[in-house]
Design a protein around this ligand. Structure first.
Ligand code: AMP
Length: 395
């Protein structure tokens, strides 16, 4: 069998694994969920037989069980040639993916205070895979790395300067792997090279962010110190007035409780009072549920506002790009958002939009639109697999 590349994405209570062949074609994927809970489950895509896990399975248990299942079900016949790990925060230490060694691990540990929910669990995945495959080169691919090119004027907050110098308080940005993929894929579809392509990329999933990519380089992005800033998201508020914290303190809500509410009880869920899921929200709005329609309105308005804001970072614009579960699948959200941009001469072709650009290489813009608009399915796993394979070969 050909050489394979294993991609590992460890979340706080879940693990996604993907197996790629040497041509970077995906061969298999697997998911473990509700880890460290009594009802932990794991399965391999397209296989109805679940992968057995003990109750309260840890990340270690689940990784071992999924790798065993890959072997037992003949999806993998020998050790992978390389392993790529998604790591959320690389701080200022990483401008690109890195081969994992002691130094890399220490640097990821050092960034843990900036991403306390993510980096420690990413490290658990790295340690577990190093135990399972001690001789296989492993690579860390960071959500923040693509945005390390942001100029100071875009990444500095207007705070006392020593906050940045002493504590690293600045805008880092996230979803970099997805935005980087958009830059490459958009340039391919536009018949250009990444180094001459400028886009505004909107990644709209449960988390949402937007990036201005000028001639292939990230120049501004909507997420900041943490993935809370910017666009309205499933359960996250995005931008709010920082004065809110003091105001809430006066009503007995502590800073940590406010932080929890802004992360978990806000966004589409908070506004609608019903759901963080855009598809369900659209159905509710269609049945006359006004708060759901309002949630969609706020979401699209903020998105359009950011499209406008991102333009100031670009030397020229080749396309606006939509991706992520909402960006790829919701013609309604795209239409309502682009409607706000009429003054900029950006318009959609309703038919192409309703088909999500499936028959037009992703193009959904009207023939008269001043700038093309594209829908491009994201593929972060593929970027991680490519990086793992590239760096392992350099090793
Ligand atoms: P992701 O995190 O990229 O998987 O995206 C999840 C979001 O995509 C959820 O809000 C889903 O409701 C949304 N989504 C997926 N399919 C559709 C659809 N057909 N219409 C609207 N939203 C969708």
């Amino acid at each position: 069998m050909d050489e394979t590349i294993l991609v590992v994405n460890c979340g706080s209570s879940s693990i996604k694994l993907a197996l790629f062949d040497s041509n970077h074609e995906k061969q298999a994927s697997a998911l473990a969920e509700r880890l460290n809970n009594p009802d932990s489950i794991a399965k391999i895509s397209g296989d109805s037989v679940p992968v057995a896990l003990p109750a309260n399975a840890s990340h270690d248990h689940a990784l071992q069980a999924l790798v065993n299942a890959f072997y037992d079900r003949n999806l993998m016949s020998r050790e992978p040639a390389s392993i790529g790990h998604r790591v959320v925060h690389g701080g200022e230490a990483f401008r690109e993916a890195a081969l994992i060694d002691k130094k890399t691990i220490t640097a990821i540990e050092d960034c843990a205070s900036l991403a306390p929910l993510h980096n420690p669990v990413n490290l658990i995945g790295i340690n577990a895979m190093q135990r399972l495959f001690p001789d296989v080169p492993q690579v860390a691919v960071f959500d923040t790395a693509f945005h390390q090119s942001l100029p100071k004027r875009a990444f500095l907050y207007a705070l006392p300067e020593h906050y940045y110098r002493e504590w690293g308080i600045r805008r880092y940005g996230f979803h970099g792997t997805s935005h980087q993929f958009m830059a490459h894929e958009a340039s391919r579809r536009l018949g250009k090279t990444p180094a001459t392509t400028s886009i505004i990329s909107a990644h709209l999933g449960n988390g949402c962010s937007m990036t201005a990519i000028d001639n292939g380089i990230s120049k501004d992005t909507s997420m900041g110190l943490t993935p809370l800033e910017g666009l309205v998201m499933g359960t996250r508020s995005g931008d709010v007035d920082p004065g809110l914290f003091d105001y809430l303190a006066g009503r007995g809500i502590s800073a940590s409780e406010a932080h929890r509410v802004l992360n978990q009880d806000s966004g589409l869920l908070g506004l609608s009072g019903q759901t963080n899921d855009m598809r369900s929200l659209c159905e509710l709005a269609d049945h006359g549920h006004e708060p759901s329609q309002l949630a969609i309105d706020v979401f699209c308005f903020r998105l359009a506002k950011y499209f406008g804001a991102m333009m100031v970072s670009l030397s020229h614009l080749d396309a606006l790009v939509f991706t992520g579960g909402i960006g790829e699948n919701s013609a309604r959200v795209r239409a309502q958002t682009i409607e706000h941009l009429k003054l900029l001469g950006i318009t959609l072709d309703p038919d192409l939009n309703n088909h999500h650009g499936q028959y037009s290489e992703g193009h959904i813009g009207d023939a008269d639109s001043r700038f093309p608009v594209l829908v491009i399915p994201t593929n972060e796993e593929l970027v991680i697999a490519r990086e793992a394979s590239r760096l392992a070969k350099l090793n």
